[in-house]
Structures are given as structure tokens and as C-alpha cells.
Design a protein around this ligand. Structure first.
Ligand code: GMT
Length: 375
């Protein structure tokens, strides 16, 4: 198949999954054309059958907000026409699904280009609900020939809030390259991150409000009273200063390090003893899966699609949103009971390999594409 893929190319789970999907599909013989405003961050060097088309944006003084959705539609149209694409796969509905719709309308043979849209999270649960986006989101997802959601939770939210028939949405979970994300990755930076041999507690995110980053600090503050540990914060975003101030006011700044954004996050995650993800909501929680694949036990919120990824007490721990006491208790148990830590670690890795590996999930996308192409 010849497949166009559009995603947000910078840091973020939807872009990571879209890029890994493109790479895996190219390895399976398909021709992949990424269409975006920048090269996806996980694409790396040259790969056979993988092409990148940059969306050209004209900067004009009249445009306080340059019309990216239109420029993307033109780039998708060009890619589809010049490379005879069979389908385009849009990751994150806004504005990608609408741009794909426009691109298809512009083609002479409109029936020749199929559109698959994957719903990732806040395109449905937050941004898409806003009155300025709701109708166009609903319209464009209904115009897609295929729709996937990364969890049953997200499918159900879409059915409820956008009146999309459930049978129109295929649930295909996120996946991970379990060879790239694995326990014991070298180089391990443990000696640098915890020079005194402390336990390493980690959080990785874009530090937006939905991640409840201050809860990471609050949880750690309770935990570090009982276990010698350091908190390693990876990523950046609007709530980083708040989290740093909270660490300061709790008197634990010397035990917390903010590393900022990193390209090779797996090298860091594999060093961790515990991963915290206390989000207000997650449609899936790719960061949790990344930790699990590295055999790192996760303590996360019982919210959204996270219970579909983590089995409480078996492959990690789930606690109520905002219950930092309970999260700290679970974290202490993991860090002080070697037997428990090993069991959770093994189960987490096994779940990643068995249910969420590229090998398990990518063929489901292939099968779904074929179903869409067959009409
Ligand atoms: O929806 C977002 O907030 C952005 C998006 C992203 O690009 O990282 O995150 C969502 O998609 C990820 C990949 O499918 C999921 O793992 C995240 O859980 C989801 N975020 C939310 O639902 C808040």
C-alpha cells in the first residue's frame, strides 16, 4: 500500500505512535509518506520506502494565525496525487481530519483516496469539545472512511460526545517497539542520576495541566520521607515552573532534578525504579507503556484508558486521581519490597510484549486499512 501519515511531529504520544507505525509499515513493504510541518521527532535517519513532505507555510503579515489546516490540505493533495496514495492516516483529529477531507475533495477522483483517522485523546476529550471545534471535529471524523481510537474508553467518549455510532470506531491500542524499550538498556545513567545509590523515581510528560505534575512532586515528597530516593523529571511544558516551586516549598529541591526534553527517553526510563503518572485523564497513557516495556513499575491514576493498560496490583498500581497519599504508599511498597517489585516488573514487561508490541498491533492496522480499501 501507499500510505500518507500526518501527525504532530514534535514531542507527544500521538506523534510517537504515528511515526513508529510508519516505520513498522515501511519495514513490512509499504510505501510511507509523512506529511507534516516538521520531520517527526522519532523518524531519525534515512529509511527505505519512507518519505517526508514538509507543509509549506506562507508567512504573511495579515495572518495573525497562519492557516495551517489549508496548507496541510494542499500538501496532502499533492502527495496523494503525485504518489498515487491509497489512503491517508490522520493522527489526532484536529485539524488533520478536516485537512484530509479537503484534500480528498480537491482530487479529481475523490473516491480514490481513503481517509483513516485515529483519535488520540484531547482531540475528543478536551479540545474537540470546545464550541469552536466541536462541529468541525464531528463532521470531519464522520467523513473519514475509517476511524480508530486508542482505547475503549476513548471510543465510548466519542460515541457519547460526538454521536458517532460505536460500530464505526475500531479500537486499536497504542504499541511500542519492545526491542528499543526494554529492561537493562545501556548506557544506564543510574550513577549520574542517583550518585548516592538512591532509588530513582521518574516522570516523563509534556508538563501540561492534564498531567497534574504538581501531584508527582507531592507524591514524591511523601515517599522520600520513607525511602532514600531522587525524582527525575523528563520533559518540559507550562507546569514545569509550578512543579519546581512546589518542590522548593516542600523543601525537597535537592532531591529533584528537571532534565528538560530528551530525544532518547528510553535510556532514562530504563534506569528508573518507579514511574509516576498521576494524570487527570489519559486516553491511553503511552508514557506508562514505555515504562512497562522497560520493566519499570508504574503508579498511575485510575482514569480514562489507563485501566486498559495497567492491571492494578498485577502490572502496576492504579490510585484515584489526586490521591497522592495512596500513590506514595504504593510507591513505597514497590521500592521496599523486592519480591513485589520484581513481580510487577515482570508482569509489566510481559503485558507490553504480549498485548502492546509492534508485532501484535501493527498487523491490526494493516488489516483495518485493507478493510477500508475494500469498502
Ligand atoms: O491528546 C493529547 O493530549 C495529546 C496526545 C499526544 O499527542 O501526546 O496524547 C494523547 O495521545 C497519546 C497517544 O495515543 C495517549 O497515550 C495519551 O494518553 C493521550 N493524552 C490524553 O488523553 C490526555
Amino acid at each position: 500500500m501507499k500510505i500518507g501519515i500526518t501527525c504532530y511531529p514534535t514531542y507527544g504520544g500521538s506523534g510517537a505512535v504515528a511515526t513508529e507505525l510508519g516505520i513498522a509499515l515501511a519495514e513490512r513493504g509499504h510505501e510511507i509518506h509523512f506529511v507534516s510541518y516538521d520531520q517527526p521527532f522519532r523518524l531519525g535517519g534515512f529509511r527505505e520506502r519512507v518519505f517526508f513532505h514538509e507543509v509549506e507555510m506562507e508567512d504573511y503579515p495579515l495572518f495573525e494565525h497562519p492557516p495551517y489546516a489549508l496548507a496541510l490540505a494542499v500538501a496532502l493533495h499533492d502527495a496523494a496525487r503525485n504518489h498515487a496514495l491509497d489512503l491517508v492516516h490522520m493522527h489526532y483529529a484536529i485539524p488533520h481530519a478536516a485537512s484530509a477531507y479537503l484534500a480528498r475533495q480537491m482530487l479529481e477522483d475523490q473516491r480514490g483516496l481513503k481517509i483513516v483517522t485515529t483519535l488520540h485523546g484531547t482531540d475528543i476529550t478536551l479540545v474537540g469539545l470546545h464550541p469552536s471545534f466541536h462541529e468541525i471535529t464531528r463532521f470531519s471524523i464522520l467523513q473519514s472512511d475509517g476511524l480508530t481510537a486508542v482505547s475503549t474508553y476513548l471510543r465510548d467518549e466519542t460515541v457519547r460526545d460526538f454521536s458517532v455510532p460505536a460500530e464505526r470506531i475500531e479500537v486499536i491500542p497504542n504499541f511500542i517497539d519492545v526491542d528499543a524499550w526494554r529492561p537493562g538498556l545501556e548506557p544506564c545513567h543510574r550513577a549520574t542520576l542517583a550518585p548516592g545509590g538512591e532509588k530513582i523515581v521518574m516522570h516523563v510528560s509534556n508538563f501540561r495541566g492534564v498531567k497534574r505534575v504538581p501531584d508527582v512532586v507531592e507524591t514524591f515528597a511523601r515517599l522520600v520521607k520513607r525511602v532514600d530516593a531522587r525524582l527525575v523529571m523528563v520533559g518540559d511544558g507550562p507546569d514545569r515552573p509550578r512543579a519546581a516551586r512546589r518542590a522548593e516549598s516542600l523543601g525537597i529541591s535537592d532531591k529533584v532534578v528537571f532534565l528538560g526534553k530528551h530525544q532518547s527517553v528510553q535510556e532514562l526510563v530504563a534506569c528508573a525504579d518507579l514511574f509516576l503518572l498521576p494524570s487527570a485523564t489519559e486516553s491511553f497513557g503511552l508514557a506508562a507503556l514505555e515504562a512497562m516495556a522497560c520493566g519499570v513499575p508504574v503508579v498511575a491514576s485510575r482514569t480514562g484508558g489507563l485501566p486498559e493498560v495497567i492491571e492494578d496490583g498485577e502490572s502496576g498500581f492504579l490510585r484515584e486521581v489526586g490521591d497522592v497519599e495512596a500513590m506514595a504508599d504504593a510507591g513505597v511498597r514497590i521500592l521496599t519490597d523486592d519480591h513485589l517489585r520484581e513481580r510487577i516488573s515482570n508482569n509489566a514487561r510481559a503485558a507490553a510484549v504480549e498485548r502492546f508490541s509492534s508485532e501484535a498491533v501493527v498487523p491490526r492496522y494493516e488489516g483495518y486499512y485493507q478493510q477500508v480499501l475494500d469498502g
